[in-house]
Design a binder for this molecule. Structure first.
Ligand code: SAH
Ligand code: SF4
Length: 374
């Protein structure tokens, strides 16, 4: 296994996997899989609904809390399964209510997840991989390289982590964005399984329209996503209106030219009737010229899309800078003038380096300093 700097292997060894006793993560199971497990233990059919309820509706953190189950079953489940994939390694928040956590996984790697509070919305931004194989030069995660895929339970578990926290404050998660570390469509199975678990009306019951997956443009993934038969939202990180410039910003993206991405997006819109968001990180002197805005508008004209301009977040310490405010406004107006629907997304949580999609920045470094000092 490759170890991600700065976290030494086994540092955060899962507390449920000690003394050689490997427990399975219950969060990895779909409702149907849970029912099969319980049937194998000789339990009646209704047990699945009881356990599912405790986990995904009442947010139990311990099997002993599941008081309507027989004591022997509670003990057996506790022997076989874990309800918690994470060790919280660090937490950080700002005055606007944005909270970022660094979550240690059972193999000693770690990921970040963020809760963003905005008026009535409680949005959780989640990771799908440790690191990312795409390697975009403006992205902090991209600099780490790829370590491993997360399991469905590790992905959905990030939402559950904040749901438990909010539940204690009589609040709930209202939205999920898959815009943290990693490329979701390079971990398709686990990502979609996690979304289906969160969407399951028997449990967490988060509406499909409240979940958004952001992809760098993995065409086979987009085409498959179009055929899921759900109303999940799709966001495409485009960042450049032509293949030549895009190749510089999205190294692995070269495999799929923009024309193929657009054809896949058309298929998604046709199948779902959903509007697609195009994300465009604005990098000063790289992709922020008005000719880029015009080319982008030309590319997207007549489509059911929305453009999200994201000024580069300099907190990552990477060798780019955002355009000045005047240029951002000119770029926005140029798109508007060409009939585009456009917003400028100010990253929440910049102060704590928690801008969604810009995770794994200084948090890791600070944490390394702490562990070294110990
Ligand atoms: N891998 C997926 C999802 C995670 S990134 C994807 O790339 O779409 C989520 C968003 O944050 C992407 O649009 C990404 O380009 C953006 N992002 C990454 N680093 C950034 C930075 N330093 N400043 C602003 N946006 C950034
Ligand atoms: Fe990976 Fe997305 Fe970062 Fe690119 S922007 S390196 S695809 S996480």
């Amino acid at each position: 296994m490759v170890c991600v700097p700065p976290f030494p292997c086994n540092f955060a060894a899962g507390r449920d996997n000690f003394r050689g006793m490997e427990k399975r993560l219950l969060l990895d199971l779909s409702y149907e899989e849970l029912a099969v497990e319980l049937a194998a233990l000789g339990e009646p059919r209704y047990r699945a609904s009881q356990v599912w309820n405790w986990v995904w509706k009442k947010f139990a953190t311990d099997f002993s809390a599941m008081t309507n189950l027989p004591a022997a079953l509670r003990a057996e489940l506790a022997r076989r399964f874990s309800l918690d994939p994470f060790t919280v390694l660090a937490r950080e928040g700002d005055e606007e209510g944005t909270e970022k956590v660094l979550l240690g996984l059972s193999d000693g790697t770690s990921i970040e997840a963020v809760l963003i509070r905005e008026e009535n919305r409680r949005t959780v931004c989640i990771s799908t991989q440790v690191g990312c194989p795409v390697g975009c030069p403006f992205c902090a995660t991209g600099q780490m390289g790829f370590v491993r895929n997360l399991s469905a339970g590790e992905i959905a578990g990030q939402v559950l982590y904040f749901a438990r926290l909010l539940h204690a404050q009589k609040e709930q998660v209202t939205n999920v964005v898959v815009m943290g570390m990693g490329e979701p469509f390079l971990n398709y199975e686990a990502t979609l399984k996690a979304m289906h678990i969160l969407n399951d009306p028997r449990g967490f019951n988060l509406g499909a329209r409240r979940m958004t997956v952001s992809t760098i443009g993995i065409v086979p993934g987009i085409l498959r996503f179009a055929q899921e038969g759900r109303q999940y939202n799709l966001a495409i990180s485009l960042h450049a209106p032509d293949d030549e410039l895009r190749a510089k910003l999205v190294p692995l993206g070269e495999r799929w030219p923009i024309s193929e991405i657009m054809a896949a997006v058309d298929a998604y819109i046709l199948a779902t009737g959903r509007r697609v968001t195009f994300e465009y990180v604005l990098l000063r002197g790289v992709n922020d010229h008005l000719r880029h805005a015009r080319a982008l508008a030309f590319l997207l004209r007549g489509k059911l899309v929305h453009v999200n301009l994201i000024p580069f977040n300099p907190a990552s310490g990477l060798p780019f800078s955002p355009p000045d405010e005047g240029q951002i406004e000119l770029f926005r107006r140029e798109l508007l003038a060409h009939g585009m629907d456009v917003t400028v997304r100010r990253s929440r949580g910049i102060k704590i380096q928690a801008g969604c999609g810009q995770l794994r920045s200084r948090f890791g470094q600070d944490f390394q300093a702490v562990t070294r000092a110990e």
